[in-house]
Design a protein around this ligand. Structure first.
Ligand code: AHM
Ligand code: MG
Length: 337
């Protein structure tokens, strides 16, 4: 019905259906779209403008930052703090909550984001993406803290990602299904190219980093062993495997043709003192909102991601997402132990 409409027009139209939404929400999504267009341009130019490679610093999680992690984080901040739609933000690349400088108008929304997910793929010219989650600010004030962000994924107002691949695509949910918009660079607009995206309930494709196999827990090992055995084992079909190492690209493939993506907890992760690899607030929750709105499931294996009560800004969680029947099977295996 909306195919061919611009992202801006679509947001204005649907805003009327979003409880309590004002023009501010439209403005906010527009700010995000502008950041993504800028990031798309930087990603495309790459080595021509010297943005590839390491920055020589580490983020709060002790991971090496790429130049592009820092640059894209700044692009997001600049766009989001300028127009009075945002109260505060949090990012994978910033240790603490980002409060707007004095004098900037504070809006009613809080945004969490991973400005360039899969950034190590930048150097090898493989797809990367920006992930975002929009929450309501609990109150209007000058300074926000981590506590204000401790809202479960079920409270997200909107979420999505922008994938920088052969095309630049914005994938969005405001709780009314999932829409995909393709960037037409000739006139700089995101155009809706798919509406009501649905993930097939069954799949023959799994995505997991197999090099972690020896560290996995028993339910994950059982599930993947069965996929690999295919018709010679417990399953009635043979499986295919994909691993891009960009969550955005994996989720996008799953939205397009089904599949299951897993980044489970394992012995190596536990030994490092972590509860998972991926981050709840700006990776797992926004992807869970998108996946569930497309008819899929997103779980830790032991509970629905969006029902987790966050306790830390950079909290990590195990993630199992995608085609309903396969994710359910993994959940069942966890129950069986
Ligand atoms: P990042 O946010 O530092 O880019 O890390 C997240 C990425 C995901 O996109 C991807 O699923 C995973 O980390 C890749 O993990 P691995 O390095 O085990 O292949
Ligand atoms: Mg990331």
């Amino acid at each position: 019905m909306h195919i061919g409409t611009t992202l801006t027009n679509y947001i204005i139209e649907t805003q009327r259906d979003i409880k309590g939404a004002t023009g501010e929400f439209t403005g906010l999504l527009n700010d995000i779209a502008i950041s993504c267009k800028k990031i798309s341009d930087l990603v495309e130019k790459g080595d021509l403008i010297g943005v590839l490679g390491a920055a020589g610093s580490e983020n709060v999680q002790g991971e090496e930052q790429k130049k592009m992690d820092i640059i894209t984080n700044e692009v997001m901040i600049e766009a989001l703090e300028s127009n009075g739609h945002v109260a505060a933000m949090a990012s994978e690349e910033m240790d603490d909550v980002y409060n707007l400088p004095a004098g900037k108008v504070r809006g009613n929304y809080m945004v969490t984001f991973d400005p360039l997910d899969g950034s190590s793929n930048m150097d090898v010219n493989v797809s990367v993406g920006t992930i975002f989650s929009i929450l309501k600010a609990p109150e209007q004030k000058e300074t926000y803290t981590d506590k204000d962000f401790m809202q479960p994924g079920t409270t997200q107002v909107a979420a999505g990602y922008c994938l920088y691949g052969p095309s630049t695509l914005m994938v969005l949910t405001t709780g009314n299904g999932v829409q995909m918009f393709t960037l037409n660079k000739d006139f700089g607009e995101f155009i809706m190219t798919r509406d009501g995206v649905q993930i097939p309930e069954d799949t023959k494709e799994f995505a997991i980093n197999m090099s972690n196999q020896r560290f996995w827990e028993a339910p994950v090992k059982r599930y993947i062993d069965e996929c690999v055995a295919g018709t010679t084992g417990a399953r009635d079909k043979d499986f295919n495997m994909r691993w891009v190492a960009s969550m955005v690209a994996e989720v996008h493939r799953i939205l397009t043709r089904g599949g299951i993506f897993m980044y489970p907890i394992d012995e190596k992760i536990k030994k490092a003192g972590n509860a998972g690899k991926l981050r709840l607030m700006y990776e797992a929750n926004p992807m869970a909102f998108v996946v569930e709105q497309a008819g899929g499931l997103c779980d830790t294996g032991r509970g629905r991601i969006m029902e987790i009560q966050p306790t830390e800004l950079h909290q990590r969680v195990p993630v199992v997402l995608g085609s309903k029947n396969e994710v359910q099977r993994v959940i069942d295996y966890h129950k069986e132990g």
